[in-house]
Design a protein around this ligand. Structure first.
Ligand SMILES: Nc1ncnc2c1ncn2[C@@H]1O[C@H](COP(=O)(O)OP(=O)(O)O)[C@@H](O)[C@H]1O
Ligand SMILES: [Mg+2]
Length: 269
């Protein structure tokens, strides 16, 4: 079988924004890539390079201007109604700021149960409670979290809650936009470790968006380097980190003193 493991195919994605002076900016400028099941494709680039816009158009949070995307074999960008709902539950997002996905006024049980209420309305109460607890336990939290509110948790725990909410529907693809950049490095490292463990446990595919090469190096199997809306280099993570081909990538990699290329191994050490 060809393409048996192709999960997402994106072709020529373009997103423009209007500027106040009447001009426009091409935030995403002809981006194409394939995402295979089980891999982690990291999109790395400086602030303003278009990473978040790419995530948002891919997740259909914002409409796209040009391009095509096939997700799970279906025309993702044109899917509507029931077909869109079936696909959408397979693609979940984690944001930099957990408040982006957690309502401060919503208790944890209701926040994590909400996607189930929308996508699996026929679940009975006890089944829903089990699924909510499973998702919480998968991210290292427990039953005592259920009746609490987001503000009662630390930043790292809130990101765990956001991940639980993303995972409760058992998606195949998780798009994580700067999932640790709002956290202290040691807490961020724990969240990255958790993401790696969840990937192995549930066979997840990640599109990991980050401005940080050390973050990307910890999880990525492939790396796409983005600059001014375009992917300027894409390849196996070790190749891009150790033998960057594009001058822009070389400059970015050179700016980082030491890069883990695999758990426990360090470049240049
Ligand atoms: N809603 C918007 N309206 C106008 N310009 C935007 C909007 N969102 C992003 N941009 C612009 O698009 C470019 C890419 O932004 P973004 O996707 O947020 O980059 P990154 O996530 O890599 O920092 C930037 O120049 C940014 O100012
Ligand atoms: Mg961003």
């Amino acid at each position: 079988m060809t393409n048996a493991s192709l999960l997402l195919h994106a072709q020529g994605l373009v997103k423009n924004f209007a500027l106040p002076d009447g001009g426009k900016i091409r935030a995403v400028d002809g981006v194409s890539f394939d995402l295979n099941a089980g891999e982690t494709l990291a999109v790395v680039g400086e602030s303003g390079s278009g990473k978040t816009t790419l995530a948002r158009i891919l997740a259909r949070i914002e409409p796209i201007d040009e391009g095509e995307a096939t997700f799970l074999g279906a025309d993702w960008l044109r899917a509507r109604g029931g077909a869109l709902r079936r696909l959408r539950r397979q693609m979940q997002m984690v944001f930099q700021d957990p408040y982006g996905s957690l309502d401060p006024l919503q208790r944890v049980d209701s926040a994590i149960g909400e996607p189930l209420a929308i996508h699996e309305p026929s679940l009975r109460g006890a089944e829903r409670a089990t699924r909510i607890l499973e998702a919480l336990e998968a991210v290292g939290l427990g039953r005592e979290a259920l009746s609490r509110y987001p503000h009662e948790f630390s930043g790292g725990q809130r990101q765990r809650l956001a991940i639980a909410r993303a995972l409760v529907l058992r998606p195949q693809l998780v798009i994580a936009d700067e999932p640790v950049s709002a956290l202290d490095p040691s807490i961020g490292a724990q969240i990255l470790e958790l993401l790696g463990r969840l990937q192995r446990q549930f066979g997840l595919t990640y599109l990991l968006i980050s401005h940080s090469f050390p973050v990307v190096a910890q999880l990525a199997t492939r790396i796409a380097v983005m600059r001014e809306g375009k992917i300027v280099e894409m390849g196996a993570a070790a190749d891009v980190l150790q033998h960057p081909a594009h001058p822009y990538t070389r400059a970015l990699v050179a700016a980082v003193p030491e890069l883990p290329v695999a758990p426990g191994r360090f470049l240049g050490a």
